[in-house]
Design a protein around this ligand. Sequence first.
Ligand SMILES: NC(=O)c1ccc[n+]([C@@H]2O[C@H](COP(=O)([O-])OP(=O)(O)OC[C@H]3O[C@@H](n4cnc5c(N)ncnc54)[C@H](OP(=O)(O)O)[C@@H]3O)[C@@H](O)[C@H]2O)c1
Length: 257
Amino acid sequence: MGGAILRGVKTVLITGCSSGYGLETARHFHSQGWNVVATMRTPREDVLPRSDRLRVLALDVTNPESITAAVEVSGPIDVLVNNAGIGVVGAFEATPMATTRELFETNTFGVIAMTQAVVPQFRERRSGVVVNVTSSVTLTAMPLAAVYTASKMAIEGFTASLALELEFFNVRVKLVEPGYSPATRFTSNGAERMAGLIPEAYEPFAKPIFASFAQPAAVTFASDVAEAVYRATNDTSGQLRFPAGADAVALAMAHSK
Ligand SMILES: NC(=O)c1ccc[n+]([C@@H]2O[C@H](COP(=O)([O-])OP(=O)(O)OC[C@H]3O[C@@H](n4cnc5c(N)ncnc54)[C@H](OP(=O)(O)O)[C@@H]3O)[C@@H](O)[C@H]2O)c1
């Protein structure tokens, strides 16, 4: 199992670099000497260092034209990191189908569409890595996260199957499973989407869960995720899953027992 190690100065394209895990991953690859194409829905140059090895490009993973344009202007890339994602926490019965579709458009179909846009060049060159960022919700069942979990579980299955298929072409496909970070913009970016998703009947159930969210035993730092993505990129052992952050690593260890 496993392909050749990537040699020379390589190029990584990362989605969702305006904040959080994606931003830190862009900084990390840049600090390791890589060419970085940091993509964002709304490009901002000021969040990343100025460098001739760093380009900021517009990319909305739910928009096919945006995907085609970004991949075209990026030139040959060696690694794709599918990091962009959105969340929702709430009672399933109160979650509108429109919200479910919105989550799948970004977390699931966005990842699949991005991957399909780069696979031809990887296959032709017999080289390349796709790293899909899911979540520790795939490591254990968590309440009030049914739709979000579904959108990420789909990518776990997609990635595991695709890894077997693309191994034939020396292309590696990996999963990074981050734990919970209160420090990224994930919760505030989802605040509007989550408003009103705990109906009265669910309040006594949800209250202690939200209280425990507020006092987590361990959390994930953006640097944990950046380092795990980097490790996954360079891994040639055939390892598929890379939990990231103390909470995710603890869940993965409990899971494997
Ligand atoms: N934070 C956590 O607790 C946690 C835990 C486990 C897994 N994760 C996963 O980690 C990844 C990064 O999350 P984060 O915590 O760093 O959250 P974040 O700070 O909200 O960053 C998410 C990024 O995704 C971008 N994005 C959203 N929709 C997009 C779209 N349609 N096209 C392109 N980019 C889009 C956002 O861009 P805008 O600025 O344009 O909105 C932002 O740059 C996500 O896949 C998330 O599911 C997060």
